[in-house]
Design a protein around this ligand. Structure first.
Ligand SMILES: Nc1ncnc2c1ncn2[C@@H]1O[C@H](COP(=O)(O)OP(=O)(O)OP(=O)(O)O)[C@@H](O)[C@H]1O
Length: 386
């Protein structure tokens, strides 16, 4: 559905140039969303896919083990959109204080993303609302260490920014001036808190993401934070009990269409086209996530049966294997601390797991060895390869 311009242009002077900054109208869209049977059908399908994802993550005890690596997979993907060259294994090695195969700044960036997401989830758990304060706190975590630290972590921008182009004059888009950021974000916060009217969560997440990117409230990290916001909203409103839905891979795969849609909504007011894309993203991503969980569970089950056949020693090998489902790259010391088994027993268990081809030693050294649950990592890795 076509609407008028979704805001107004305000002349601003920046970096010696006069340009038109865009001041978006507050959400929700006016006139309201046109729920054609096709769009309604797609949203119903998206909600169904989310429900399935939520039920596998809640009903199966083992899925809680996957979350650790799953969040890290998202961090890798979301940071890759930004141009960071770090893999899931690099991040897991970094967290074990081992040297990853890529520049430290890159992996630090991915690690910050994990910290930001976990911070947001922990605050929600405490009962803190999804508010501007929480968004700024997460931004602080996202940029506080490494490359972004000079880009005002945790603070809304105090200068004019622009998207695309080398200067404001040839930019694709100039977001609102810094004087208007607080007001725009205040309106977005009201919308998130269902004022003046309730908006169903999935629709809210879709609309808020675009509005957040249009306001571009920070100097850097707007893409990553805007993507985090989607998952956080779904968790805050209990659509998902575990943070299992991440659209980064879909946005990365359909990047041009994603950017075009963000741009076009402002001009044409065609929110429905964006909602259609967003629902497709949710359906595909949630379905893939269920598939990943099922493949991981099947792998774990097959490996457990093989371990069973080891006979008398199998008990401690099972315990070690179980711990490696939480950390698919682990050191013997971490496994000892996690399981309470002795280092000697862990060593023997890892040898047996290696013998079965389930784990692989990574360092080739006699000391400070590291073990990877290779097939598990390769299932998780799908889509993250550079
Ligand atoms: N034309 C546009 N209008 C509004 N937002 C846009 C437009 N093009 C891109 N964006 C958004 O801006 C984000 C990039 O902003 P920024 O560089 O601040 O974020 P980032 O997290 O550092 O980078 P990235 O999103 O590439 O990981 C994109 O991910 C997208 O969400």
């Amino acid at each position: 559905m076509k609407r008028d311009l979704q805001g107004r242009f305000v002349p601003v002077s920046t970096v010696g140039e006069k340009v038109e900054a865009f001041l978006p109208s507050p959400l929700p869209p006016d006139p309201p969303i046109d729920w054609t049977p096709e769009l309604r059908g797609k949203f119903d399908k998206a909600l169904l896919a989310l429900g399935r994802l939520d039920s596998v993550s809640v009903l199966l005890p083992e899925t809680s083990l996957f979350i650790y690596t799953y969040i890290r997979k998202e961090a890798v993907l979301s940071s890759q959109i930004e141009g960071t060259q770090s893999s899931l294994s690099d991040l897991l090695l970094f967290e074990l204080e081992q040297q990853p195969g890529v520049p430290m700044d890159d992996v630090q960036e991915v690690s910050n993303y994990v910290t930001a997401l976990n911070h947001g989830l922990a605050r929600l758990e405490e009962g803190f609302p999804l508010s501007l304060r929480l968004i700024r706190e997460m931004h602080n975590e996202l940029l506080s260490k490494g490359r972004g630290s000079e880009k005002q972590p945790g603070e809304f921008r105090r200068s004019q920014n622009w998207i695309g182009g080398t200067r404001p004059g040839n930019a694709i888009f100039v977001p609102p001036s810094p004087e208007n950021v607080q007001e725009c974000m205040g309106a977005l916060e009201l919308f998130l808190h269902d004022q003046p009217a309730h908006t169903p969560t999935l629709l809210k997440a879709a609309l808020a993401h675009v509005q957040f990117e249009t306001i571009h409230p920070f100097l850097d990290g707007n893409g990553r934070l805007g993507r985090l916001l989607i998952t956080l909203l779904l968790c805050a409103d209990k659509v998902l009990k575990a943070p299992m839905l991440y659209l980064s891979l879909y946005f990365k795969t359909h990047r041009q269409r994603y950017y075009d849609l963000l741009n076009e909504i402002r001009q044409t007011g065609d929110w429905e086209a964006w909602l259609d894309f967003f629902a497709d993203a949710v359906i595909e991503t949630a379905t893939q996530a269920v598939d990943t969980v099922q493949r991981l569970l099947a792998l774990a089950e097959t490996d457990r049966r093989r371990i069973q056949e080891l006979g008398r020693i199998s008990g401690s090998v099972q315990v070690t294997h179980h711990a490696m489902m939480e950390r698919p790259i682990a050191s013997p010391v971490w496994l000892r601390d996690k399981t309470g088994l002795s280092l000697t027993t862990i060593g023997t268990s890892l040898e047996r797991l290696e013998g079965l081809g389930i784990v692989k030693e990574l360092t080739g050294q006699k000391r400070n060895r590291l073990y990877a649950y290779t097939q598990y990592i390769s299932i998780m890795n799908q889509g993250t390869e550079l």
